[in-house]
Write a protein that binds this ligand. Structure first.
Ligand SMILES: Nc1ncnc2c1ncn2[C@@H]1O[C@H](COP(=O)(O)OP(=O)(O)OP(=O)(O)O)[C@@H](O)[C@H]1O
Ligand SMILES: O=C(O)c1ccc[n+]([C@@H]2O[C@H](COP(=O)([O-])O)[C@@H](O)[C@H]2O)c1
Length: 210
């Protein structure tokens, strides 16, 4: 499956407003549900990468996951909005409206449609560990800089991963985080810092025990 049926939901699937030259972080995820670990990654990357905005891209479904029990996009977007207090962070489910099934499609679309924005892809360290399994992952790395945020239990796997070793030559120093958005891709950074052990799956499991 390369395309999903397009799903337009007013107030949920629009692309957030932006302006020329803005540095915009793209933080994709299932967010089932959003939790403090996500908020930590967003606050840290906004500050350290000196982003003007961060767009939370609530996916219609991670292509590597079984999405049978995934709550509707609208519910996950609304819940994420309720969890977020920072006005620089905007939550959107716009990938669904475009029928995108894979992140390379999102990246290809945004960097083509809005070439004067400086987009950065943001992911947790566990995502870097699996990044080589994403469709056209090399193309994603060739299109925009990537920031990877440390996650408990994932650091070793992430830094030994196929993507990390393949892109070893393109890693920039953590001290240069503020200029990552200006770097020509491929360029990526591994950010250490405050950590959260939270996960959506643990939250779902605890809810099921109630
Ligand atoms: N505690 C955390 N620390 C750092 N990054 C995180 C953390 N939780 C999630 N992320 C990152 O947030 C993004 C979205 O993750 P996702 O919505 O799948 O949450 P999750 O907690 O990993 O979910 P699940 O437990 O269902 O797999 C991913 O890039 C993931 O690596
Ligand atoms: O494009 C892919 O092949 C691909 C494979 C796995 C994950 N992703 C994306 O990675 C982001 C994190 O997903 P998740 O489920 O771990 O929160 C989300 O935007 C997914 O759509 C993308």
């Amino acid at each position: 499956m390369t395309r999903r049926p397009a799903l337009h939901i007013p107030g949920i699937t629009e692309i957030p407003p932006s302006a020329s030259g803005m540095r915009i972080g793209l933080f994709g995820g299932s967010f089932n549900p959003m939790h403090e670990g996500h908020l930590l990654v967003m606050e840290e990357t906004l500050r350290r990468l000196q982003l003007d905005a961060l767009w939370v891209l609530v996916t219609p479904g991670n292509p590597l996951k079984d999405n049978k029990a995934l709550p509707p996009l609208e519910n996950r977007v609304q819940a994420a909005r309720q969890a977020i207090r920072n006005p620089r962070i905007r939550v959107t489910g716009f990938e669904a409206a475009r029928g995108f099934a894979y992140s390379w499609q999102t990246v290809d679309f945004l960097t083509t449609a809005l070439p004067d924005r400086r987009f950065v892809w943001i992911m947790g360290a566990d995502s870097l560990a699996d990044f080589h399994r994403w469709q056209r992952w090399r193309d994603i790395a060739a299109r925009l800089p990537i920031a990877v945020y440390v996650r408990p239990g994932a650091a070793r796997r992430a830094l030994a991963s196929r993507a990390a070793t393949t892109l070893d030559y393109a890693q920039i120093d953590e001290a240069d985080a503020a200029v990552l958005a200006d770097c020509a891709p491929p360029a990526w950074i591994y950010l250490q810092g405050r950590q959260s052990t939270l996960s959506s799956s643990a939250i779902r499991a605890s809810r099921n025990l109630d």
